[in-house]
Design a protein around this ligand. Structure first.
Ligand code: MTE
Ligand code: HPA
Ligand code: MOS
Length: 762
């Protein structure tokens, strides 16, 4: 890529959506103009967490004026099956229901209001069966969604015999609601003969296409899925956008009319899965230099009623069970437990955060018992160059120590520790807590097969450029990054590039926009497409100007020149010439991440293209009378490689951090023993607002060599910062211990004000 020094700064802050967002012009699914004749869908879902459907009474509902159809599983022309990894999830319940919120019937009506009233007129008798909501109970009853997984390195049994200290305990993390601003939804329209076009709020257009084709019993080429952008996904629309798209497509199939369904917030909260809660056990062994010699973990994942993505999420828990530490002997077992909750799903970090919390709890436990600061143990065990993970991959260009050392030095950690000590010594009822949180996160889909992408580029005869990729813009800024890649490749202004919607007829067989890898995969496919066109253009110029070496031809600032030649030509003129000479001005690019592999039978391999590193320092203040707390500061050193867009990347750090803090400190999903979601609205499910954001967030860009497998050496940034949030939990623990050194710490998250208060006086 040619970098223009004059526009470099501007390039680094491009956010093509920002002006639209701040002026309210951004188009989402519900902003699409509706076609005449559009019908509206609504789900009737189970109000019982487990039971057998005895009787369905539709007499009142069918008599409502304006009802077109009430669809049951019997009306499905293909397979009543939406399970992505394991075929264990019907679109509509047949004889049994497995969670509150499980779709049973689909109403198609003239208006949303009629659909709503029709829903209320339906009665269904369900004979209740035993309900399981706790993964440990499911484990005791051997109720699993998939096979357990084990990762092993070295020999923990022998290693424990050499340890000076051994500690065992339990840790627990709660679920998390995605709260994407735009709820789930889709709009299907008849598209000629048997074909259907679907506008979907999805991270995975191909997943939608595949699921719809399966349920309708048609081939994938009959189904076109189009996504402009989505109002947030956070993993919640990686797989769980598919049912709603399938429902509207089914409605269209059966009525031959456009059908739309956008879930109300309450429906979305009830029916969709969340981050998997986990209950875990750990055993950690250290030598007398506080080196961790052995770590064992057992993870009981609350998967909900169907597998969804939980088996893959379970894997990532094990990939990240030792976070940023080198542990020579590791044995971890994980179980995906089947419960009567909505199927839980991907959420930023994809099981990694749940794994990392456990080893951080184990280290905190050990430090407290030994009587040293947790930072001493953390620091002595950080990954080094060439350290082996339990899955066999070794670190390359490891920045774990660098981030840690720089964070401590640049943010004056030594002095701060002393200030906090003094503060705590002089304040009886207000205490401060410090914690450091290192993060190491692997970049690639852990399922090697998914690490590929394609892009389609057209240069039009007037020199303007149309770009299609498989990437979904969900607020993370990937559209801006794609424009940067295309503009950089051709040496032309951003304004000449139009990024098209993500559409399965233009870019097929896409992996979902997930695993933080969207810009890497689609950006590299886009570079491939651009370079094919560039190569043709260079060959043409070389022939015209009689240049020997194509590498001497430079595309920069909307002009083309050759280093050993005096002539130059404007981009538009060049394209005109190429068009006249009948040169192909379109290209399809493809990329598949090289070097990665993983053997699921041995749980060994090299699954990640690279790792992202960072360290965050947390300082919190706890009101020891009320249990309330606030965060004074979070100071981060983050390994961006060579950031291609600093403002977009900074937004990801800030957003990820606060979302992770919400998960760790305030967002509490409560289901009662009947499987009823007690925190089913945003008044009693508390997500971070501007008042809960730390008073200070500082981010230092650790500019490193990056990785050749990262787009323009700019490392993936979407998920890693969420895991900084774990530091919030432990800074609160440390403030509690400053008040009550004998406090009982349960390592149960979230650390709500209520839990803080209970711990302070325990
Ligand atoms: N940022 C915003 N604003 N909205 C989102 O939905 N999703 C996160 C992260 N950042 C998300 C986000 C998740 S879960 C992932 S995997 C990545 O973005 C996906 O995009 P990327 O691969 O381009 O980083
Ligand atoms: N991360 C995110 N999403 C995924 C993954 C992963 O590793 N594998 C399958 N879907
Ligand atoms: Mo992100 S959880 O990989 O969509």
């Amino acid at each position: 890529m040619t970098i223009n020094p004059k526009t470099k700064k501007k390039k680094n802050s491009l956010n093509i959506d920002a002006p639209l967002h701040v002026t309210g012009r951004t188009q989402y699914l519900d902003d699409l103009p509706e076609l005449a004749g559009t019908l509206y869908a609504k789900v009737y879902y189970s109000k019982v967490a487990h039971g057998i459907i005895k009787e369905i009474d539709l007499s009142k509902a069918m008599a409502m004026p304006g009802v077109h159809r009430i669809i049951s599983y019997k009306d499905i022309p293909g397979e009543n099956q939406i399970g992505g990894i394991i075929p264990d999830e019907p679109l509509l319940a047949e004889t049994e229901v497995h969670f509150i919120g499980m779709p049973i019937l689909l109403i198609i009506a003239e208006s949303e209001k009629i659909a709503h009233h029709t829903c209320e007129a339906i009665t269904i008798q369900i004979a209740e069966k035993e309900i399981i909501t706790d993964p440990i109970v499911a484990h005791q009853q051997q109720q699993y969604l998939s096979d357990p997984k084990t990762f092993q390195l070295g020999d923990t049994t022998t290693a424990f015999t050499n340890c000076s200290y051994i500690f065992e305990g339990t840790a627990e993390t709660g679920g998390q609601e995605h709260v994407y601003l735009e709820p789930q939804g889709a709009y299907a329209i008849p598209n000629g003969d048997k074909s259907i076009k679907i506008y979907s709020s999805t991270q995975g257009p191909t997943a939608v296409q595949r699921t719809v084709a399966r349920v309708l019993g048609v081939t994938m080429n009959q189904i076109e899925v189009d996504v402009n952008r989505i109002g947030g996904g956070f993993g919640g629309k990686e797989d769980q956008a598919s049912p709603w798209a399938t429902m509207v497509a089914l409605g269209t199939y059966l009525t031959n009319r456009p059908v739309k369904y956008i879930l109300e917030r309450g429906e979305d909260l009830q029916m969709t899965g969340k981050r998997n809660p986990y209950k875990s056990r750990y055993k950690i062994g250290l030598d007398n230099n506080y080196k961790i010699l052995a770590f064992e973990g057992q993870y009981f994942q609350n998967g909900g009623a169907a597998a969804d993505l939980s088996p893959a999420i379970l894997g990532r828990t094990l990939f990240h069970s030792t976070n940023s530490y080198y542990v020579p002997n590791v044995k971890t077992n994980a179980y995906s437990c089947k419960t009567n909750l909505p199927p839980n799903t991907a959420f930023r970090g994809f099981g990694g955060p749940q794994g990392m919390f456990v080893i951080e709890a184990a280290i905190h436990h050990a430090a407290r018992a030994i009587g040293v600061d947790a930072q001493i143990i953390q620091e002595r065990n950080l990954l080094e160059e060439g350290s082996e993970f339990s899955y066999g991959q070794k670190t390359e260009n490891c920045e774990a120590q660098n981030c840690w050392v720089q964070a401590k030095k640049n943010y004056g950690f030594g002095e701060r520790k002393e200030q906090v000590r003094q503060f705590n010594a002089t304040n009886k009822y207000i205490k401060k807590g410090l914690a450091l949180m290192p993060v190491c996160f692997g970049i690639s889909f852990t399922n090697t097969m998914m690490n590929n992408a394609r892009a389609l580029v057209h240069v039009y005869s007037d020199g303007s450029v149309g770009v299609s990729t498989g990437a979904i813009e969900m607020g993370q800024g990937v559209s801006s990054k794609m424009i940067q890649v295309a503009a950089g490749s051709f040496g032309i202004d951003y304004g000449r590039i139009k990024l098209e919607t993500t559409n399965t007829t233009r870019v097929a067989n896409t992996s979902p926009s997930a695993a933080s890898a969207t810009a890497d995969l689609n950006g590299k496919a886009l570079q491939d497409a651009c370079s094919q066109i560039l190569h043709r253009l260079k060959k043409m110029i070389a022939a015209e100007w009689k240049c020997q070496d194509l590498d001497t031809i430079i595309f920069e600032e909307n002009k083309i020149f050759a280093l050993d030649h005096s002539q130059e030509i404007q981009w538009e003129a060049l394209i005109q010439l190429a068009f006249q000479k009948r040169i192909n001005l379109s290209a399809k690019g493809h990329y598949a991440t090289p070097k990665i592999h993983f053997d699921n039978t041995t749980s060994k391999g090299h699954p990640f293209a690279y790792h992202v590193y960072g360290t965050a320092i947390f300082q919190s203040t706890v009101d020891c009378i009320r249990g309330n707390y606030e965060f004074d500061s979070v100071q981060i050193v983050h390994d961006f490689g060579s950031s291609m867009n600093r403002s977009v990347d900074l937004g990801q750090i800030e957003g990820g951090l606060v979302q992770g803090m919400g998960w760790m400190t305030m967002e509490e999903l409560i289901y009662d023993e009947k499987g009823v979601l007690k925190s089913g609205n945003l008044a009693n499910y508390k997500i971070p607002d501007i008042y809960s954001v730390p008073k200070e967030i500082a981010v230092q860009y650790l500019e490193t060599a990056g990785s050749d497998l990262a787009i323009l050496k700019s490392k993936a940034v979407g998920e890693p910062p969420l895991m900084y949030g774990i530091g919030a939990y432990f800074s609160l623990c440390n403030a509690i211990l400053a008040f009550n050194p004998k406090a009982t710490l349960t390592y149960v998250a979230p650390m709500t004000a209520e839990r803080v208060l209970m711990s302070l006086y325990s």
